[in-house]
Design a protein around this ligand. Structure first.
Ligand SMILES: [Zn+2]
Length: 95
């Protein structure tokens, strides 16, 4: 079974950004999640971002991760202030 040269993913998948550091407002319709940095809940309306963790339990994503191919990682939410220190747009002070 022939395998292509490693290191060249599918061109149509390379525009997928694995590391996403965009600032978002936590949606109103989403139940609060626990921030892994401060262990306080992320409340709807607070600024947060998503950090990529890895392939998770999906065997297809795990195979892609092992081969170095791009995949869409499982992400975890974290307060924007907890990853940048910027509390200027936090609705609640995080102590
Ligand atoms: Zn936090």
């Amino acid at each position: 079974m022939h395998r292509g040269a490693p290191g060249r993913g599918r061109p149509d998948l390379q525009q997928e950004t694995i590391a996403c550091t965009g600032k978002e407002r936590f949606p109103e319709s989403t139940p609060p999640v626990i921030c892994p940095a401060c262990l306080h809940p992320i409340i709807p309306g607070q600024m947060f971002t998503r950090i990529p963790l890895g392939p998770g339990s999906d065997p297809v994503k795990r195979e892609l991760a092992r081969s170095g191919a791009p995949y869409v990682a499982v992400t975890a939410g974290i307060h924007w202030a907890c990853i940048t220190g910027d509390e200027s747009e936090s609705m609640l002070s995080i102590t």
